[in-house]
Design a protein around this ligand. Structure first.
Ligand SMILES: [Zn+2]
Ligand SMILES: [Zn+2]
Ligand SMILES: [Zn+2]
Length: 109
């Protein structure tokens, strides 16, 4: 006799809507900001002193020797202050941004 089986379903415990913070949105936002920042740096900010290459570098600003602070472009198309780069390549003859061997492409101002 198997008739005694009850059809009663076990009560489903509904999980309360817990607040689970959704990560993806947050991450995307953050990633975006970082990407924009690094693009900006590669284009017109000297990665060594963090000053715009159009302006004099920190050292020249404090020495008030603005006319001597020229911009140098490497073969990798990254640009820096020439005086920052002169100091940098004494330590490490590579582009600070892309780590390629540093070769001067042209100077500008
Ligand atoms: Zn600089
Ligand atoms: Zn300078
Ligand atoms: Zn580079």
């Amino acid at each position: 006799m198997a008739d005694g089986q009850s059809l009663e379903e076990p009560p489903k415990v509904k999980k309360a809507k817990g607040k689970t913070p959704t990560g993806p949105l947050f991450t995307l936002k953050k990633w975006n900001a970082v990407a924009m920042w690094s693009w900006d740096v590669e284009c017109d900010t000297c990665a060594i002193c963090r000053v715009q290459v159009m302006d004099a570098c920190l050292r020249c600003q404090s020495d008030k020797k603005q006319e001597e602070c020229i911009v140098v472009w490497g073969e990798c198309n990254h640009s820096f202050h020439n005086c920052c780069m002169q100091l940098w390549i004494k330590q490490n003859n590579r582009c600070p941004l892309c780590q390629q061997e540093w070769t001067v492409q042209r100077f500008g101002s």
